[in-house]
Ligand binder design. Sequence first.
Ligand code: PLP
Length: 406
Amino acid sequence: MSVEQAPVQRADFDQVMVPNYAPAAFIPVRGAGSRVWDQAGRELIDFAGGIAVNVLGHAHPALVGALTEQANKLWHVSNVFTNEPALRLAHKLVDATFADRAFFCNSGAEANEAAFKLARRVAHDRFGPEKHEIIATVNSFHGRTLFTVSVGGQPKYSDGFGPKITGISHVPYNDLDALKAQISDKTCAVVIEPIQGESGVVPADVAYLQGARELCDKHNALLIFDEVQTGVGRTGSLFAYQHYGVTPDILSSAKSLGGGFPIGAMLTTEDLAKHLAVGTHGTTYGGNPLACAVASAVLDVVNTPEVLAGVKAKHQKFKARLEQIGEKYGLFTQVRGVGLLIGCVLSEAWKGKAKDVFNAAEKEGLMVLQAGPDVVRFAPSLVVEDADIDEGLDRFERAAAKLTQA
Ligand SMILES: *Cc1c(COP(=O)(O)O)cnc(C)c1O
C-alpha cells in the first residue's frame, strides 16, 4: 500500500534544507545494481557508490532480504538490551579481523569519536592525564564532529567554530621522519588513513605504516587506522590493514559496512576495550538491529574470495582504460589508488577543475566523485558488472572528449 506523496523538486532543497550541501541538479529516485534513475526516468551509471558506501550497488537482493526480514521482526530496542543482529555482526567482525571487541554507532565520525576517546581513556588510565596528545596527518579527513574536525588535517573544516579540541598535532602524510620528530611519550595515539580518501586518494607507503607501528610501540601510543573509506573490501582485502600487513590497535569502519544503511563500528582488542567500562561511552541507536542485520549480510557477500578477487580484477580494468583516456585527452597524469578506490590526478591544464569533470560526466549519464579540486575519484560497487564498467567508461570518455574539445 503506498500513500500519495506531495511532489518535490530540486528547487525545494534551496527552500527547506540547510544550505551546507550543493546537490546535483537531478534527484535520483531508484537504483538497481550499478544503475540509477532520476525523477525524469533518465538512467545513470553509478561509479560514485554514494561516496564509497554502496559496496554491493543498489537494491542488492541479499541486503534487501536482510533488511525486510529484520524490518518485520524488530527495529530498535536501545542498548538497555542487546540484540541478535548486533551480536552476530560483532562475531563476524571479530572472526575476520585482529579485533576482539566491537562498538557500534551510526557513522564514520562517531566511529572515530569512539576511537579517539578510547585512546585518550586508555592513556589516562595507564599513564595519567599528561599522555593525551594525538598525532594526525595533514589533509586527513576523519568526520565532521568537533573532535573529528580537530583531528582532521583540514583547517577549512575546523576553523570558525570556536575553540578546537587541543592536544592534537598534524604531520605530513607518508613522512616517517616527520612523525618520528613529533611523537613523544605524551602521545596517546597516531591516527592514519591507510589511503587518504577525501583529500585525493593517496595510498600510504608500506614502510610508512610499518614505521608508524614501530614508533607507536616504542612510545606506548596506540595506532588508529581510520578505515571508514578503505574498509569492507574496498582494497581487495576485507580491510586495508590486511592489504598492507600492518595491524592497528583500533580501527574505525563505516561507509561500506552498511552498504547504504547507516552504521559505524570501532574495533579493538580486549585489553583496550576494557577501558570503556559501563557508562563511559554510548549512543542510543548504536547496534540498531536493522543496521546490524544489513551489515551482516554485507560481510557475508563481501568477505568471500570471489568478491575480493573480483575487486583486484576490476581495478586493473578501470586503471588500464582510465590511463588510456587520461593520456588521449591530456586530462590526467596519474591513476592511483588500490582496489576500487581510484583517483585520477588532473594534469596541470585541468588542475582545480575536478568539478567540471564531474559535471561533464553527469551530462553523459555517469556519476563520479571528486576528491578535492584536483582529483576525480571512482568508488563503485565492488560487484559492478564488467559490462557496466565498459559502458560507464565509454560515457566517461565521451565526457572527456567533449570537455577537452570545448
Ligand atoms: C567519510 C569518512 C569519515 C566520516 O564518515 P561519516 O559517516 O561521514 O561521519 C571519516 N573518515 C574517513 C576516512 C572518511 O572517508
